[in-house]
Write a protein that binds this ligand. Structure first.
Ligand code: CS2
Length: 506
């Protein structure tokens, strides 16, 4: 990624860079911050500078700043690499959002990031900032794996190399739990009440889970600090939604041409966005409801609906697509069979597990989801969604399967999705093209897949034995195990199309 950016900028040395100075010269159709950025002060530190947060919470906050709340600017922190910081800083942290609906593009320059940092070389600066009284919220988008969790239980993975390293050197943390814990400790030592921690990743009960992870990490470090966090730090749960694929060079070229200046890291997204937040902010919050966020007492029903219906369907489609050579979700939606499989997943396995969702008609919600998946302007790559299956499958599909069995029912489509993930681990599609399995557990998973490539029963059994992914209660269900092995056998012998034909005929 950084190389692609550098190459792009180097290739166009004469092109002006997006910045505060060039903002006023942009074509009139490009929306831009409708407020004086120089008058805005930081109130939020955001950890994780990927595309999603820049399409989502940064735009909600941009709207709130435009509505006149001046003390909620964001300082972005990249915990992984300095690449996005280095792309954003020379453009005064401005970037373009390319909102695509079919062939219609809307461009908006977002101004809510006031500064960008990276923990790699600015850790002390970041920790000094989070101790300041004006910082009242720390938001996070670090993906599921960023929390160093055991995905099956959602508790801290105490054997995680980053956690072990942080416990050995806790004042120079590299993991997200270690960073949060150290930031809370230093702020307390500075005599400040704790900031609110707002987790914006796709974990079930994300605030509760991450609080449990941080408290457990703190217990291993200093039980008194753990008790302080447990009692005093608020971690509201949130449901976040906006489909935001990784930026491609073609998107950069489109944006540069439309702006007539260079933006090193624009973000492409869909028009739809949704944010449901539990209203527990002891030090206050921006009036995000002015930008359309929904503030509630209990996020759980919203979160289950989104995590299962949207993300669960995404994972099913992604694995079946990667192995059969379908490149994007929009392409999967034009396949003769995949939409029907997705409808079955919703109707038989996922919707029956959902509690009522306030103000929401679930069939209308899934119909709208399907329309979003079909948006041909969004090239959301199935290989991107296939990443981190070990972290994504438990909350999206394995947990609803476990709930169905507990209620005396058997899931119809989830075993097929699990089998597709297992087949995906073979690292080659049906035409023999190789792809990379990106997953924090990739080395072990692909080794198992190689050893048992010719034997679906043995492959499934070896993967079922990984308790960080599969809860023992689920694996104890013979109906589940047998169905996965049956589908895996078919996928490995007749392929995706043949498997789906047989499946849909029943
Ligand atoms: C996707 C999500 O990559 C994935 O796993 O399912 O990024 C999805 O696009 C977002 O959660 C939509 O809000």
């Amino acid at each position: 990624m950084p190389d692609a950016n550098t190459a792009l900028l180097a290739a166009r040395p004469s092109q002006t860079r997006l910045s505060t100075d060039t903002l006023r010269r942009l074509p009139p159709a490009v929306e831009r911050p409708a407020y004086d950025r120089a008058a805005v002060t930081p109130g939020i530190v955001h950890i994780g500078l990927g595309a999603f947060c820049r399409a989502h919470l940064a735009t909600y906050t941009d709207d709130v700043l435009a509505a006149g709340e001046k003390d909620w600017g964001i300082v972005g922190v990249d915990p992984l690499s300095p690449a996005i910081r280095d792309a954003l800083k020379p453009q005064d942290c401005l970037y373009t959002l390319l909102v695509r609906e079919g062939t219609r593009d809307r461009l908006r320059v977002v101004g809510s990031f006031l500064d960008a940092m990276a923990t790699g070389d600015q850790l002390e600066e970041v920790l000094a900032l989070t101790a300041k009284p004006e910082i009242r919220i720390v938001t996070l988008t670090v993906t599921e794996k960023g929390y160093c969790q055991d995905a099956a239980t959602g508790s801290l993975d105490e054997a995680h190399p980053l956690i072990r390293a942080d416990l050995a050197a806790p004042t120079a943390p590299r993991s997200v739990p270690g960073l949060l814990c150290e930031a809370i400790r230093r702020r307390r030592a500075a005599g400040q009440p704790p900031f609110t921690v707002l987790v914006c990743d796709n974990l079930a009960q994300n605030g509760i889970k991450v609080k449990g992870i941080v408290v457990r990490y703190a217990e291993l470090r200093d039980p008194e600090l753990a008790a302080y966090i447990a009692e005093n730090v608020s971690f509201p749960c949130t449901m976040v939604d906006r489909i935001t694929p990784a930026t491609q060079d073609a998107d950069r070229a489109t944006v540069d041409a439309a702006l007539d200046c260079a933006d090193a890291w624009p973000v492409v997204t869909e028009p739809f966005k949704q944010w449901v937040i539990e209203d527990r902010f002891p030090l206050g919050r921006p009036a995000w409801e002015k930008a359309g966020a929904i503030l509630v007492d209990d996020v759980h029903p919203f979160e289950l609906m989104k995590l299962r219906c949207l993300n669960g369907a995404h994972s099913l489609l992604a694995y079946l697509s990667v192995i059969s050579g379908i490149e994007t979700i929009a392409d999967a939606m034009t396949d003769p069979q995949l939409p029907a499989i997705m409808h079955r997943l919703w109707a038989s396995d996922l919707i029956p597990t959902l509690p009522p969702v306030p103000g929401t008609d679930i069939p209308a919600y899934t119909a709208a989801l399907e329309a979003r998946f079909r948006n041909p302007g969004i090239r959301h790559r199935t290989i991107q969604i296939s990443s981190d299956g070990s972290q994504k499958l438990p909350p999206r599909l394995l947990e609803p399967a476990r709930e169905l069995f507990a209620a005396g029912k058997a899931p119809a489509v989830i075993p097929l999705a699990v089998a597709a993930w297992m087949r995906f681990l073979l690292e080659k599609d049906e035409a023999g093209n190789a792809y990379v399995v990106a997953d924090p557990m990739a080395a072990g998973l692909t080794r198992i897949a190689r050893v048992h490539a010719g034997d679906p029963g043995a492959l499934a059994a070896a993967l079922f034995a990984i308790e960080d992914i599969f809860a023992p209660e689920l694996v104890a269900e013979a109906g589940f195990r047998d169905a996965v092995v049956r589908h895996l056998d078919r996928l490995m012998t007749v392929g995706v199309a043949g498997t789906l034909t047989a499946f849909l005929a029943n």
